[in-house]
Design a binder for this molecule. Structure first.
Ligand code: NDP
Length: 276
């Protein structure tokens, strides 16, 4: 093998990691675009994230995706951060070069692209309810604001976290506020479930009035069957969508960050849907 033909190395780093679908997604992107790259799963011990990244860099790696529970540590490790990583306070995409470690966050743009392009629902001038105030919720706020939505309400089980998050974005052009679930008294055009409640087959305690016939109810979680949140929303007349498209779109954006090439996501979505 000549030096030129050695594929560039990437990985997804997390703990646990064996469930991650990112290696299949990036392998399909690489095949489709003819990029010489190799993408693996890297299990980092919970207390050795930074060491694991440095060891990977020493092996010649060019970049990595970061997943649970390391997105905040990746943010801290990055020597340079993009504005969207800065706004998210978390990093899911690392690029390694002679200049050091650069941190980015592609989760939010992945969600926005899945809603606007794949689901065909424009976000401009739409009212949005965001459920949750964890890492995933935080990461989507700036990309939503950049779509010029009409307004954003954040509701979370632990309300001070929602208030803190709304406060952080209070100076943006779009009104951002927080509410308790009980305080919600109007319907929304788009409701995004960024809580992990669906993982436990639980529902945030939402009043029925939030769902209208024009509502898109989006669950960041995905699976072979509609999540309990999607079932609940559909029974109340909303259109529903799960987070598989977000997963693929955030990966496509990371691929673009690293390789400068945009893969086509639709065939990868179809393939992965069939694998669930
Ligand atoms: P975090 O642990 O950071 O946050 C969890 C959030 O869920 C908190 O706001 C928490 O509220 C809330 N929550 C947990 N259980 C319940 C419940 N029973 N009722 C109401 N609220 C609850 O997780 P992340 O933000 O990292 O992830 C959230 C979800 O998004 C996960 O399901 C994850 O799989 C998904 N995700 C999907 C992606 C994709 O590409 N499709 C990308 C990233 C995330 P509190 O503050 O009160 O604890």
């Amino acid at each position: 093998m000549t030096l030129e033909s050695v594929p560039d190395r990437y990985a997804v780093i997390g703990n646990p990691i064996e469930h991650s679908k990112s290696p299949q997604v990036h392998a399909l992107f690489a095949q489709q675009t003819g990029q010489a790259m190799q993408y693996e799963r890297l299990l980092a011990p919970v207390d050795r994230f930074a060491d694991s990244v440095h060891e990977f860099i020493a092996q010649g790696a060019r970049g990595a995706n970061v997943t649970v529970p390391f997105k905040l540590e990746a943010f801290a490790l990055a020597q340079e951060r993009t504005p969207r990583a800065q706004a998210a306070g978390a990093v899911n995409t690392l690029s390694f070069s002679a200049d050091g470690i650069k941190g980015d966050n592609t989760d939010g743009i992945g969600l926005v692209r899945d809603i606007t392009r794949n689901a065909g629902v424009p976000l401009r001038s739409r009212s949005v309810l965001l459920l949750g105030a964890g890492g995933a919720a935080r990461g989507v706020i700036l990309p939503l604001i950049e779509e010029s939505i009409a307004g954003l309400v954040i509701a979370n089980r632990t309300q001070p976290r929602a208030m803190e998050l709304a406060q952080q974005f209070s100076h943006s052009d779009v009104p951002v506020s927080s509410a308790t679930f009980e305080q919600l008294d109007q319907s929304f055009d788009v409701i995004i479930n960024a809580t992990s409640a669906s993982l436990d087959a639980e529902l945030p305690p939402l009043p029925d009035c939030v769902f209208g016939p024009q509502t898109l109810a989006y669950d960041m979680m995905y699976g072979a069957q509609p999540t309990i949140f999607m079932q609940h929303a559909a029974q109340r007349g909303a259109a529903v969508r799960d987070g598989l498209g977000m997963l693929i779109e955030q990966a496509a954006e990371a691929f673009f960050v690293w390789r400068g090439v945009r893969p086509e996501t639709a065939p990868v979505y179809q393939w992965l849907r069939g694998q669930l």
